[in-house]
Design a protein around this ligand. Structure first.
Ligand code: NAD
Ligand code: ZN
Length: 379
């Protein structure tokens, strides 16, 4: 089969690889029909996630058709059209039982803090992902969900990650009616978090980025205010001025590791810890939120990144909430929101690219070219 093949930072291509096979009675094999590239893949692509091995296949946002099932699979059958949550979760461990499907204890034999994720390095279990013609889906009684009759597959593929992550970003913010919510990052996740903030009763939603076309998109899609941080002296001062010097009620980090770029360039090699720098979105979030406010972090960082200015957290009494999205927990509600027209996920898809042209797709998405918001690969 054809599959994405990681060759090292900023080097990806498509190669022939053996088709996956059933390794466990609870496995399924899915023939992929659509597979997105995510901002999370860019951390891998940029070499920021430890133990990302050459030869691995990325891709944790995909939909497709069940081709084969193991002897213990009962929840899906051959021929079903399924969407597959990005988290690989056993459904039985103490964490899954609490609804923490992003923190499954069984799906990641490394027993690092994160659970299993498709195509997300050996720190997330070393599973191959769905930027390929076929993918092995472990614990197939838990994750894969039959796509409801009539649902557009473009909506379905964004229900595997972008919609639940944006929603959970807003949910973790504990938004109260009338709250001012400031979101850093106008990528698919930040835009979806802005859209979902209104569902929790926000009174004002402000998205901050430095890429004009993305801010314009966020403004139209989520009906929010937008600000370009390159045109401000200091985003924290801006937030203070906008909130009568109180600070935002809720700040959301929908950026992650790349925002620490200024800091990273001063160190050699990723093996050193990423140290705190004042120019990160996370710092702006912590410094821009009000005393007693909530900072919700969905931006992804490497396991040992060390970026929290803890003194400001303690002295302001800030609550920090963060996690990988728990897709399976949120799916029933979010499928309904899409069916009811409260969320229109497919509007985020700007690029459709054959799998063979994956290198171009990564380049365009990574460099924010050609007005790209969300690219989808078609195997
Ligand atoms: P993206 O790369 O498309 O968007 C990130 C945006 O942040 C870009 O538009 C960039 O210009 C902007 N940005 C960079 N530095 C900034 C700064 N200092 N302040 C404000 N904006 C800044 O990525 P995406 O797909 O939207 O994903 C966003 C983040 O969410 C990534 O870190 C990704 O790994 C993470 N993510 C987390 C989960 C989860 O479950 N927690 C799931 C999916 C994605
Ligand atoms: Zn993703």
């Amino acid at each position: 089969m054809l599959a994405m093949n990681y060759r090292g930072p900023k080097r990806v291509r498509v190669d022939k690889k053996p088709e996956p096979t059933i390794l466990h009675p609870e496995d399924a094999i899915v023939r992929v029909t659509r597979s997105c590239i995510c901002g999370s893949d860019l951390h891998l692509y940029n070499g920021l996630v430890p133990d990302t091995r050459v030869g691995s296949t990325f891709g944790h946002e995909f939909v497709g058709v069940v081709e084969e099932i193991g002897s213990d699979v009962t929840n899906v059958k051959v021929g079903d059209n399924v969407l597959v949550p990005f988290n690989i979760a056993c459904g039985k461990c103490a964490f899954c039982k609490q609804g923490l499907f992003g923190n499954c204890h069984e799906a990641n034999s490394q027993a690092t803090a994160v659970g299993g994720i498709f195509g997300y390095s050996h720190t997330a279990g070393g599973y191959d992902g769905g930027q390929a013609e076929y993918v092995r889906v472990p614990y197939a009684n838990v994750g894969p969900t039959v796509i409801p009759e009539g649902m557009d597959p473009d909506d379905a593929v964004l229900l595997t990650d972008v919609v639940p992550t944006g929603y959970q970003a807003a949910e973790m913010g504990g938004i109260q009616k009338g709250d001012t919510v400031v979101i850093f990052g106008a990528g698919p996740i930040g835009i979806m978090a802005a859209k979902c903030s209104w569902l929790f009763g926000a009174g004002r939603v402000i998205v901050i980025d430095h890429i004009e076309y993305r801010l314009e998109f966020a403004k139209n899609y989520a009906q929010c205010e937008v600000y370009n941080f390159k045109s401000m002296d200091d985003p924290v001062l801006f937030i203070k001025k906008e909130t009568d010097w109180m600070g935002a009620d809720v700040c959301i980090d929908a950026v992650g590791a790349e925002a620490a770029g200024d800091v990273m360039q001063t160190i050699t090699g990723r093996k050193l810890l990423l140290q705190a720098g004042s120019a990160t979105a996370l710092h702006w979030a912590i410094n821009g939120v009000k005393k007693g406010g909530i900072v919700s972090i969905v931006g992804v960082y490497g396991p040992t990144d060390n970026l929290v200015p803890i003194g400001n957290v303690v002295n302001k009494g800030i609550t920090i909430r963060a996690n990988q999205a728990s897709v399976k927990r949120l799916l029933p509600k979010l499928i309904k929101h899409v069916q009811d027209g409260l969320i229109d996920p497919k509007a985020l898809i700007t690029h459709r690219v054959p799998l063979e042209e994956i290198a171009d797709a990564y380049h365009i998405f990574s460099e924010k070219l050609d007005n790209c918001i969300k690219p989808v690969l078609i195997p």
